[in-house]
Design a protein around this ligand. Sequence first.
Ligand code: HMG
Ligand code: MG
Length: 298
Amino acid sequence: TCPSRVRVVEVGPRDGLQNEPVIVPADVKVALIEALAGAGVTTIEAGSFVSPRWVPQMADTADVLARLRSMPGVSLPVLVPNLQGLDRALAAGVREIAVFGAASESFSRRNINCSIAESFDRFAPVAGAARAAGLRVRGYVSCVLGCPYEGDVSADAVAKVAAALLAMGCYEISLGDTIGTGTPREARQLIERVAADVPIDRLALHFHDTYGQALANILACLDLGVSVVDAAVVGLGGCPYARGATGNVATEDLVYMLDGMGIETGIDLHALARAGQSISRHLDREPASKVARAMAAT
Ligand code: HMG
Ligand code: MG
């Protein structure tokens, strides 16, 4: 049976804007995050403390966080790849971070410049120090349904990385179909396999919509008991280290589907759509979301 409520983790300001060819000014990011919070989104990934040479789009994350008005009840996690990133996050007053690994060696190397085993050695002290400082730590696994360099990725490999992140103290493990190649049966089998090692209520779905499968894949996993789904407003985004990857499932598409199924999210679809229209205008592009386009037309 499907959950009665889904927590939507909005990743547009990070996963979306990290992949835009233009650098979006901090005040536009601030307006986007505040509009998303105003629509009722309670977890909004606000940026990342990674190398500004690797991802210049996220170089102003500290500035964005400093300008945000206080939003009680809204969690604003940021990506952190190493202790240097954690220091920057702590200096910015962050309360939640996410570390990000991969189930494929080649992707790990391209994305964070180390092997999977080395990434565990890096993340463990980051997670430990973060938790000692009272922060919550989320974990990502990339390439859970395919790798842009290696092709197929086994569910066993995904489960191994997910279990390692859990053992490091991550409260939740978000499973990333980075290149959006997965299809529903595989997605479901993946969750069933990973749930043998990580409790299902600790798993989140992070599906990119490159092949238009994300919503179907989410639906296929919901009745297994997963109740946390990552999404990006107007389907912003991609990943700079996965060529051709497009954005996450659009938050509007997800919320429309869940609303229709009577599954609560606490998000006001119309207010969400306005947030999406505003960032689309800034980027001067059509939303990737069908729901957003339909709502704008009516
Ligand atoms: P490296 O070059 O191996 O690191 O990169 P290093 O420790 O040798 O440092 C090299 C330089 O970077 C040094 O500067 C450091 O100070 C600096 P220099 O002395 O040359 O001037 N540096 C930093 N600066 C600021 N903040 C830091 C930091 N760390 C080092 N935290 C590193 C290793 C991990 C840093 C690099 O590979 C990196 O930043 N990677 C991040 C890539 C990234 O952000 N990818 C996108 C996010 S993941 C994603 O999108 C997938 C996800 O959505 C899930 C899915 O869809 O699958 C989460
Ligand atoms: Mg992603």
